[in-house]
Design a protein around this ligand. Structure first.
Ligand code: SER
Length: 330
């Protein structure tokens, strides 16, 4: 990675068992040292050889004492209920997504007053956009009227982190992640999940029934790029961070037919069919492609995985796992 040496930070990652957390934690550990990165799990602790704590990021007293006891300097606050699951339980999505973020921000505010500032990473999403947003090359600054509760919490969260930066001087940085494709931990409860599930279909039964219809283009990114973007953003000099709501970032845009065609180049018998469900409406309210020029100009963002590289890497790594029967689901 193109990083310069930096002093080790004491880091806490919430939502550590999630799709992004399970890959960001090892990356942070190899950068900052195993002993400096604490993974916070909600209930179940996966097979994690490093430092870990079980607890609820919604419990302010617990979170505050954990941060104080361990002298945490950076928090990657990844807890969140995604778009599709959020539509099944909007109240839960609101209370988890907003409640835990408010806790982290208020703890940071108090620590700052006490002379112990915390730097925060918080993920926004393409879900912050909505049906009234321009859908092609969606700009950094544009209409934000999301149609999902997940999106509502992302817009509210963006405004809240920007407010805490301006009012209390807390160094908070964020990315509007597109759909993330990865093989280690499946996503759960998202609308872009089809782009991961399709690989399990291709490797298991050589077929996949897509819950999004052909022509549904969405912006996507490979996990390696998403992890690198997160770490590069957090290590960028503060003077370069000119967007404090959250940065647009993207790597590729494709539809279910496009990714199926790329898989078929490697597995010719692979078949895709279509049975759109309620997630189609969510996808139809999101951008088809993203303009991430602010991230490129401000802190040098550049993706390295295109669709052929993503498909190669997914099939190579997921092969043994998929054949062993692992399969994602909502
Ligand atoms: N991947 C997320 C979802 O589909 C978008 O941020 O909900």
């Amino acid at each position: 990675m193109p990083f310069f040496p930096i002093p080790f930070m004491k880091i806490l990652v919430t939502g550590a068992a999630g799709q992004i957390g399970s890959e960001l934690v090892p990356a942070l550990r190899s950068r900052h040292g195993d002993e400096n990165v604490i993974a916070l799990y909600h209930r179940n602790v996966p097979n994690d050889p490093g430092e870990q704590v079980v607890g609820d990021a919604g419990d302010r007293v617990f979170l505050e004492s954990l941060i104080a006891e361990r002298d945490i300097e950076e928090v990657y606050h990844l807890v969140g209920i995604l778009s599709a699951r959020g539509e099944e339980n909007p109240d839960l999505a609101f209370s988890v997504n907003m409640g835990t973020l408010k806790n982290v921000l208020d703890i940071a505010k108090d620590r700052k007053k006490a002379g112990k500032p915390i730097k925060i990473f918080w993920p926004s999403s393409i879900a912050a956009f909505g049906p009234t947003t321009p859908r092609e090359k969606t700009p950094q600054r544009t209409v934000l009227e999301p149609a999902t509760m997940y999106g509502v919490t992302k817009v509210a969260g963006e405004l809240l982190v920007n407010y805490y930066f301006k009012k209390y001087g807390i160094d908070i940085r964020g990315l509007r992640y597109p759909g993330i494709i990865s093989w280690k931990t499946p996503p759960g409860g998202g609308t872009t999940d089809y782009a991961v599930e399709i690989f399990y279909g291709a490797l298991n039964g050589k077929e996949y029934v897509s819950f999004l219809k052909p022509g549904t283009y969405l912006p996507m990114m490979y996990m390696d790029d998403a992890v690198r973007a997160t770490m590069e953003l957090m290590e960028a000099d503060a003077s370069k961070i000119r967007v404090r709501t959250s940065y647009n970032i993207t790597a590729v845009s494709f539809d279910p037919e496009g990714i199926a065609a790329e898989i078929r180049k490697r597995i010719p018998e692979f078949k895709i069919s279509y049975k759109p469900d309620f997630r189609q409406q969510i996808a139809d309210s999101w951008p088809r492609s993203i303009d991430d020029s602010s991230a490129r100009e401000d802190w040098g963002w550049k993706p390295s995985f295109g669709l052929p590289e993503i498909v190669d890497d997914m099939l190579k790594n997921l092969g043994p796992k998929a054949r062993a029967g692992g399969a994602p689901g909502m």
